[in-house]
Design a protein around this ligand. Structure first.
Ligand SMILES: Nc1ncnc2c1ncn2[C@@H]1O[C@H](COP(=O)(O)OP(=O)(O)OP(=O)(O)O)[C@@H](O)[C@H]1O
Length: 628
């Protein structure tokens, strides 16, 4: 709640937010106070001062009955703004009902209603307002209903579109499956999730309603005498425009200012609720230097990837959150490295940083971040596009659902190799063949949804092979697949490595998968690499040992309870002072809680960040023995 409040404060501090706050406060104050303070002065008839020009006594002059136009303009604020807001509220209400009814009504009735809304949306709003004004009759009430019904179709369409985008989500499907009725589904699951854009559009819509209302009153079919709003004042002022132009200009200026207030408020609300990160995008303070997570070791001269002291940070309301805190490793050509660790340990962010895919407001810093000998920040897109391949966990969302698979693969060669459309498509078919997609020529012409999960994942790898990748980064590539397909994909990665000489960085929470595929393993915990070891070597860090102990295989004793690591990893913004694993480590000492261990070599090709390495967690040896 406090966080939300601070977002609003930050939004009001922007130039647009400040203007909107001042204008809105002015409009609301006038609407509330003006009739109370100046209502009588605005209604007072003075036959001695009929049709006067602006003067010290009457700043905007007087009308045909000698009434003060300055006070009348101020007093008209309440009716003008109040009626516009009322019309908008009714319009939004009717729009929400019309927009949601199709999902509740029988199919044929819903379609009929949708078609009617579509037809109504096609009519210009003012024309609809005039049409309804004739139906509901001349006068304030008729004008309110006319404008409400004129704006309702646009809101109905908006609600339909927003509901359609929400109704495809998994939580709606889950609610449906669990037997939630249509109306409850709508009220509980759909409407709360479309409320924010609706409010933003309603605020902006109130500005248009204000203008429309002034238009109807100006035409004589809105507010009727003795009541008056800005539209009526404009109509009366226009009669004497050559004598006193201010009489017409003042209500016009009032409409413009109030309309501006609504629109700017809409923009501010949109900035806060629509793009919530915008307000926090401003960096809270200079990003602190990355703590040295590892002892500097010179990487191989031909390393494909060199990462030294990598830090990924995001600005938050209370300062920087640093989910990746000084990660260092290097990858040699053709090498397969696995990155393991519990959820939230920073594996994916490390991969994204290495692929230059961390978006603002995220900040990536490193002492050294090089790909194929070139600083990553300077590597041309073409170089990265052809020599670094990325395979994501969910290929369904990584492929564009509206384009054929073959064309998406071909785009890489058209873009980066300058191949013609036909040649690029032929290469796409060839690559699909290489990743063993059956009937590749036919499959290349299909859409992603026509592929099975495993086939999509292979096609994704095929896309990476359109160039000559030096490094394939695969982020949980088999998590969504069944064991048989998982095996096929892992085999394919291994084959890619052999055939193309590509290095592999395989991210997985499954230590068994990594052991089968990789020769080295980086174990991450709370944004740090805590152990870097050859696969199969005895683990030295208590966390790695605990992770290995939780791995289940065919030889696991089913009579024994499954091993678990007690506790949870710390949140990125609550990492403790010393070793982040200390709170869960049975071997932790005061030193662990006070001092953060650095990743240091303990044996050939083996680095550990622990004050007490080589201690067996399971055997219950004391830490003194282990530390020795
Ligand atoms: N854009 C972001 N802004 C703030 N924090 C983020 C952002 N993206 C990720 N994080 C946080 O960074 C931490 C590490 O995330 P990351 O996705 O790298 O973890 P992971 O080890 O890959 O986990 P998983 O196995 O669940 O994918 C998480 O706590 C996550 O909440």
């Amino acid at each position: 709640m406090a966080r939300r409040g601070s977002v609003w404060v930050a939004a009001v501090r922007t130039p647009v937010g400040a203007c909107s706050a001042v204008l809105l406060a002015g409009v609301v104050l006038l609407a509330v106070l003006a009739p109370l303070l100046w209502g009588d002065a605005a209604a007072a008839i003075d036959t001695d001062a009929i049709g006067q020009s602006p003067s010290g006594a009457h700043w905007f002059g007087t009308d045909s009955l000698g009434r003060d136009l300055f006070f009348r303009t101020l007093v008209a604020t309440r009716l003008s703004v109040g009626l516009a807001v009322l019309a908008t509220a009714i319009g939004v209400g009717v729009g929400v009902v019309l927009g949601t009814l199709p999902s509740v009504l029988p199919r044929w009735a819903g379609r009929l209603l949708t078609a009617a809304v579509n037809v109504a949306v096609a009519f210009p709003g003012l024309l609809l307002a005039l049409f309804f004004a004739v139906i509901f009759g001349v006068g304030t009430q008729g004008a309110v209903l006319a404008i409400a019904f004129a704006v309702a179709p646009a809101f109905a369409r908006l609600v339909q579109t927003l509901s359609a985008s929400v109704s495809g989500r998994d939580y709606i499907a889950a609610a449906r499956v669990s037997g939630v009725g249509r109306i409850r589904l709508l009220a509980r699951h759909v409407l709360p999730n479309i409320g924010e854009p609706l409010v933003v559009n309603a605020t902006i819509g109130a500005g248009s309603a204000l203008l429309a209302f002034a238009g109807l009153s100006f035409l004589g079919i809105g507010v009727q005498a003795p009541d008056y709003d800005w539209g009526r004042l404009l109509r009366e002022g226009l009669d004497g425009i050559y004598v006193n132009p201010v009489a017409a200009l003042a209500p016009c200026a009032a409409v413009v200012l109030a309309g501006l207030a609504f629109n700017l408020v809409g923009e501010t609300v949109a900035a806060v609720v629509g793009v919530r990160t915008r307000a926090t995008r401003r960096s809270p303070a200079p990003l602190p230097a990355a703590p040295l997570g590892s002892a500097a070791a010179e990487p191989a001269a031909d390393a494909v990837l060199v990462v030294e002291n990598l830090q990924v940070a995001f600005p938050g309301p209370n300062g920087w959150t640093v989910p990746v805190r000084g990660v260092s490793f290097s990858v040699r050509p053709g090498e397969a490295i696995g990155v393991v660790g519990e959820s939230g340990s920073g594996k994916s962010l490390t991969a994204l940083a290495v692929s230059r895919l961390i978006e603002a407001p995220g900040v990536v810093t490193a002492d050294r971040l090089e790909f194929a000998g070139t600083p990553l920040a300077k590597a041309p897109d073409r170089e990265l596009g052809t020599s670094l391949a990325m395979v994501f966990q969910d290929p369904m969302t990584s492929f564009n659902p509206a384009r054929r698979v073959g064309r998406q693969l071909a785009e890489v060669s058209e873009q980066h190799h300058g191949l013609s459309r036909r040649a690029a498509f032929a290469r796409a078919v060839d690559r699909l063949t290489a990743v063993r997609v059956p009937a590749p020529a036919r499959r290349a012409r299909q859409y992603p949804h026509e592929f099975s999960g495993g086939m999509r994942q292979r096609a994704m790898i095929g896309m990476g092979l359109m160039g000559r990748p030096k490094l394939v980064i695969a982020d949980e590539p088999t998590t969504a697949l069944d064991v048989t397909v998982q095996r096929q994909v892992l085999r394919l990665l291994a084959r890619t490595r052999e055939a193309e000489g590509a290095a592999i960085l395989l991210i997985s929470h499954d230590i068994a998968v990594v052991s089968q595929t990789c020769e080295r393993m980086l174990v991450m915990y709370a944004g740090r690499v805590v152990e870097d070891l050859p696969t199969g070597a005895p683990a030295q860090h208590p966390y790695t040992r605990a992770l290995l102990a939780t791995t289940v295989d065919l030889e696991t004793d089913r009579d024994e309870p499954l091993a678990v690591i007690p506790g949870r990893p710390p949140e990125p913004d609550q990492v403790p002072e010393g070793c982040a694993f200390a709170a869960r480590c049975p071997l932790a000492t005061d030193r662990c809680r006070d001092e953060d261990p650095v990743l240091e070599p303990t044996a050939d090709a083996h680095r550990v960040a622990c004050w007490h390495p080589q201690v067996s967690v399971l055997s219950g040896q004391s830490h003194e023995e282990g530390a020795a």
